[in-house]
Design a protein around this ligand. Structure first.
Ligand code: ARG
Length: 397
């Protein structure tokens, strides 16, 4: 019996050629799995293309809600930004796709799974480490890493086997998108000195809208409503992204460290993600106790690194999730976001669990702070330093 493989299928040139290559060169029955994580596009066409390329079966899974709730939600609570900037767009989608690959492999009695990543990127790491964590017995195949074909070779291969491809003309960029944002690489962007041309952007094109204020409601660290309308997380993100992106805000241009040792220049658009992270972190300023807040801030970069590095399913990530989860108990309230052309910022915040005490903070007559307590507190706080300075003064006499 032929070996069966479940392939993560995007509908693009590489994964379409991979379907045929696995069948021809490896004698495998290929089940193509396309995951809708909010990247948009015509999934019926994707399914038909997989079959035309030679797949014995083509599955399309709508994972938008699951992606938002199980993968994006923990990232919001963790204020997740890799290297302080990148909201982990692609890094978050790989583990959910891996989960569906494994599920499909079990359902269809496949003994292996495959992906269309090259050997130079992070995504191969995320797919493979995630699959191994979920199903240590499954084999992994990475056709694009093995076949040694150039883009021209792939186009020729597709022509030889009558594989329909969307466009044969030179693709300008390598793009990966989902509801949390969009990553753009390659082409002119490979020169880190070259400014990104306007045509790389799709989610942050200014529409000339008038300034507006958006009120975001959070419950236990997660956004639940937009301007008072309760929405499922995936829909809330999509709507917020469209609004905020319309002000031309939410772009990133960075040189980042890949897991495989390469520095690469990356351009991102993530208007909804960056706006939500901004609002969430602001609400934490209001509601988290100081030590908890500071400790969480130390752990957040570690969480982001683990996820970037493909360790979504790992014991340390689980333990950090437990810590972060416990920290979010009182992170409920509202944040006002102000949007103007080119900028979005927090204009106000409030919470029924606010730790901001006006009676303590105010300089007006309602002041309840016990000023007399400060004298002794400050004396003891500085006692060690004072003793140290006195020794210095004695020695110099
Ligand atoms: N550098 C980003 C990351 O590692 C984006 C990767 C995008 N993938 C792609 N196939 N264009 O998460």
């Amino acid at each position: 019996m032929a070996k069966r493989v479940v392939l993560a299928y995007s509908g693009g040139l590489d994964t379409s050629v991979a379907v045929r290559w696995l069948a021809e060169e490896r004698g495998m029955d290929v089940i193509a799995l396309a995951a809708d994580v909010g990247q948009g596009g015509d999934f019926d066409a994707v399914r038909q293309r997989a079959i035309a390329a030679g797949a014995v079966e083509a599955i399309v899974v709508d994972c938008r809600r699951e992606f938002a709730e199980d993968f994006v939600a923990p990232a919001i609570r963790a204020n997740a930004l890799y290297e302080g900037k990148y909201p982990l767009v692609s890094s978050l989608s790989r583990p959910i796709i891996a989960r569906h690959l494994v599920e499909a492999a079990r359902e269809h009695d496949a003994d292996s799974v495959a992906h269309g990543c090259t050997g130079k990127g992070n995504d191969q790491v995320r797919f493979e480490v995630s699959v191994r964590a979920l199903a240590p017995d499954l084999e992994l195949v990475a056709p694009v890493r093995e076949w040694g074909m150039t883009r021209e070779d792939c186009i020729a291969y597709a022509a030889r086997f009558d594989i329909p491809i969307t466009s044969t003309k030179e693709k300008l960029y390598s793009i990966d998108d989902n509801l949390w944002g969009r990553a753009i690489e390659c082409g002119v962007l490979e020169d880190p000195w070259a400014a990104p041309p306007e045509d790389v952007y799709a989610l942050t094109v200014p529409t000339g809208a008038d300034p507006v204020e958006i009120v975001l409601t959070f419950e236990e660290g997660l956004p639940t409503a937009l301007d008072g309308r309760t929405l499922p997380l995936d829909e809330l993100i999509v709507e917020l992204s469209a609004t905020v992106g319309g002000y031309g805000w939410g772009r990133l241009d960075m040189v980042e460290n890949r897991r495989v040792g390469i520095k690469s220049r990356e351009v991102y658009e993530a208007p909804g993600a960056l706006a939500l992270l901004l609002a969430h972190a602001d609400l934490e300023d209001l509601t988290l106790e100081r030590d908890l807040h500071h400790e969480k801030a130390r752990l957040e970069p570690r969480w982001s690194e683990l996820v970037y590095d493909g360790l979504w399913f790992s014991p340390l990530k689980d333990a950090l999730d437990a810590f972060i989860g416990s920290s979010q108990r009182w992170v409920s309230g509202e944040v006002r976001l102000r949007c103007e052309p080119g900028r979005v910022w927090v204009a106000g915040r409030r919470s029924q669990y606010s730790l901001y005490d006006h009676g303590l903070a105010t300089y007006d007559a309602t002041d309840q702070f016990r000023h007399e307590d400060s004298a002794g507190f400050v004396r003891l706080w500085g006692l060690g330093v004072q003793t140290w300075a006195a020794r210095q003064a004695r020695r110099e006499q």
